[in-house]
Design a protein around this ligand. Structure first.
Ligand code: SF4
Length: 283
């Protein structure tokens, strides 16, 4: 049995930097809150909690303390509200997401209709929409575009979507509007993880995708792997694997979402290499 880890997997730049920043602050300050879950990974959140980091959806909880904006970013009005309160704001928004906020804000002020390709319920998309006063048209796989043909428009992408979805959506939008400026804002970390998972899952007998069950980039990695390798499994932690079911395969591939810590990946590898059997279902 051989285990191979995808060339690009696990913590991306934005998440790594948000987690590092948060731990540094929590070591120095009391009353540290993240605005929403810092990352979509239960194990990493537990770890942060051990440093006294709290999660809140109410910025007023952080009055007199520190509020950390997560890598997904937030709407403009959150910054405006925090300015009026006694809150030490630490902005851990990923620079790639920050760039989308700037693009959307600039074009919105210039009278453009903003389109965002992505999941309307994802915090990143909700945040981006907040930089054009929530006027964006959010486009996903099933959207029917009904836009004003003559209005100048711009399209951006949620950073974690696939290029395939973005291209399809752009084509649909372009057929409905006259002047469309296209900003492909898919993050290269996502693309690299998707390409690596795609390449590896074609060559292995069993593919394990590690990451939060509510992490959109992990779910996309799983979809890609499942297409190439029917024996693909999405897990959050090592306990979800039944090693005896996996050890019968010759080549096992592993990839992990951008919010999956290294130590969770290592626990999975350790379990497969060193244990005879596990506790739960293997497929
Ligand atoms: S996936 Fe990309 S955009 Fe999202 S946090 Fe990571 S580096 Fe930033």
């Amino acid at each position: 049995m051989k285990i191979e880890i995808a060339l690009e997997s696990g913590f991306c730049y934005g998440v790594k930097s948000a987690v590092t920043k948060t731990i540094e602050i929590a070591k120095k300050e009391k009353n540290v809150y993240t605005y929403g879950q810092l990352i979509h990974n239960a194990q990493a959140l537990e770890y942060l909690n051990s440093f006294g980091v709290n999660t809140t959806d109410n910025i007023e909880d952080a009055i007199g303390g520190t509020l950390i904006i997560r890598s997904h970013g937030v709407k403009k009005d959150i910054y405006d509200k925090v300015k009026l309160l006694d809150i030490n704001l630490i902005d851990a928004t990923c620079p790639f997401v920050k760039k989308i906020h700037k693009i959307v804000y600039k074009y919105y002020k210039d009278g453009y209709q903003v389109f965002i390709v992505g999941n309307k319920n994802h915090p990143e998309v909700i945040g981006i929409n907040g930089w054009c006063e929530n006027t964006a048209i959010i486009v996903d796989d099933n959207s029917i575009i009904n836009a004003n043909n003559s209005q100048k428009s711009i399209v951006v992408a949620q950073t974690t979507i696939t290029l395939e979805l973005f291209n399809k959506a752009v084509e649909k939008i372009a057929n409905n509007v006259k002047n469309l400026i296209i900003h492909n804002t898919i993050c290269s970390a996502t693309t690299k993880r998707q390409n690596s998972a795609n390449e590896l899952s074609k060559r292995v007998d069993f593919m394990i995708v590690i990451g939060g069950k509510n992490s959109s980039n992990t779910k996309k990695l799983y979809q890609i792997c499942k297409k190439n390798c029917n024996n693909s499994l999405h897990i959050e932690i090592a306990d979800e694997i039944m090693v005896t079911n996996i050890k019968k395969y010759d080549k096992i591939g592993i990839t992990a979402g951008a919010s999956t810590p290294d130590w969770v990946i290592n626990q999975v590898i350790d379990k497969i290499e060193n244990e005879g059997e596990g506790t739960n279902s293997g497929k």
